[in-house]
Design a protein around this ligand. Structure first.
Ligand code: SF4
Ligand code: SF4
Length: 440
């Protein structure tokens, strides 16, 4: 679709983009075992004069370009790290001041901030609430599970500090979501994790992230792998616990990812639907209904979320912060030019244009689209490279959830556009919709 044919805003073509800004780069006050970002300090050559703190000129250039580059009712800034709160509260006060300076009349400016929570205090939370920030808080579950990998530099768990942050966020009514890494340990304890987030943290929105890292991730950019070295689906060396595994030992296996989602889904759909917000499940409901998946990882097209380093270097995606995927620098090129560049569009469309035959024939392609390309480092059983490492887990989950999702939609009066129990399939087969699914 041409950009001029899109929806309109203020009498002109609507234009939006999203950048994950990292004003402190990879710098962090803690040292999580599975952090994929700390290694970037060397990879991006921070030592060769690239400041780990975005200076004021770069910050102002970025905020101005980001606002000027969009034509939409709401402009959303995302601040990430490393740990962005290490920049101090005054830095964020400056951010809000600059946003006000460039904000056009009638436009809403929103901010979200991803944090490990350990530096939050009353003063921070008063500021975050007053300025309507949405906080993404990293927490991996109950104490033992959280502390297994989320440790400080002395190797001690950060659970107690994060729980203090939870208390403060509630006390000051700061909007927040929890971000939970599903790794080799949390994946084995799905209900402990889910119930803890639901009942103790009282998470307003749960986001689960499967941890998948090849052992070569520190030096080799995604999709720059040698295809002849990719292992076939089902190969034992794809298991994180195998002594010669190609992935890091803290990763989730494909099967464990599927089992984790299934266990949480069953509890959610039985008693929590409509009360507890789990991002993957809400997205699945939308997808089964026939809407576009709101998550880039499961959508048809990606590449709409760039990442920016403290010196203004911009990359294709947060998971592609490698020299091979740099798209420019805001001091030389406007951010909207980079977001709408041919190379970025090619990257985004490649997500669905490069699917393996297995994905093309998959009955759940509509819900998955081969998941994130950074995880497509295995071969199909037939030997075709470029299949997603998590494929078996996703398929297991989708086929398990299919009937329940169709039931929920139909019972709520919504169309069921996809899956084995879609309106079309039921009509073609001249069947009545099956009774209450067994997993309820
Ligand atoms: S590469 Fe993965 S994380 Fe990045 S935009 Fe695409 S799907 Fe999303
Ligand atoms: S479930 Fe597997 S085969 Fe199906 S679209 Fe996803 S990655 Fe491809």
């Amino acid at each position: 679709m041409l950009i001029t044919q899109g929806p309109q805003f203020n009498g002109k073509v609507s234009k939006r983009l999203h950048v994950m800004a990292k004003p402190i780069g990879a710098a962090c006050n803690i040292d999580c075992t599975y952090c994929y970002y700390l290694s970037k300090q060397d990879l991006l050559e921070y030592k060769k004069g690239c400041s780990p703190r975005m200076d004021e000129d770069t910050l102002e250039t970025y905020i101005r370009q980001y606002i000027e580059g969009q034509n939409t009712a709401e402009i959303i800034f995302s601040w990430q790290g490393g740990e962005p709160t290490m920049l101090g509260l005054d830095y964020f006060r400056k951010i809000v001041e600059l946003q006000k300076k460039y904000k056009p009349e009638g436009i809403i400016i929103s901010n979200d901030l991803q944090t490990n929570g350990t530096l939050l205090n009353d003063e921070w939370c008063v500021f975050l609430a007053a300025n309507n920030f949405l906080v993404g808080l990293s927490i991996d579950g109950p104490e033992m599970l959280h502390n297994a990998y989320r440790t400080n530099r002395a190797g001690r768990g950060t659970f107690k500090q994060v729980m203090m942050a939870v208390e403060l966020l509630h006390k000051h009514q700061v909007k927040f979501a929890t971000l939970t890494c599903v790794n080799n340990l949390t994946s084995k304890n799905p209900l402990d994790v889910y119930r803890f987030l639901r009942d103790v943290v009282k998470s307003p929105q749960m986001q689960f992230i499967p941890i998948v890292e090849q052992k070569t991730f520190r030096t080799t950019a995604p999709q720059k792998w040698k295809s002849q070295e990719q292992l076939r689906q089902g190969d034992k060396k794809l298991n994180p616990w195998h002594k010669n595994s190609v992935v890091e030992p803290w990763c989730v296996s494909a099967d464990a990812w599927g089992d984790f989602l299934i266990a949480v889904f069953d509890e959610w759909i039985k008693q929590d639907i409509g009360k507890v917000f789990v991002q993957y499940f809400e997205a699945s409901v939308e997808t089964w209904m026939g809407r576009k998946n709101p998550l880039c990882t499961l959508g048809e097209i990606c590449g709409k979320g760039l990442a920016m380093e403290p010196n203004g270097d911009v990359y294709t995606c947060d998971h592609y912060v490698y020299p091979d995927y740099q798209v420019g620098n805001i001091h030389h090129k406007n951010i909207d030019e980079m977001a709408y560049s041919e190379s970025q569009k090619t990257f985004g469309f490649a997500k669905s244009r490069t699917l393996t035959s297995q994905c093309q024939q998959c009955e759940y392609q509509f819900a998955c689209y081969g998941e994130c390309p950074k995880n497509r480092f295995i071969r199909t059983k037939e030997g075709e490279p470029g299949l997603n490492y998590l494929c078996a887990g996703w398929k297991k989950f989708f086929s398990h959830a299919d009937k329940s999702l169709a039931y929920v939609l139909r019972a709520s009066g919504y169309p069921v556009a996809h899956g084995k129990y879609s309106d079309e399939v039921i009509r073609q087969q001249g069947q009545r919709f099956p009774q209450f699914p067994t997993c309820f």
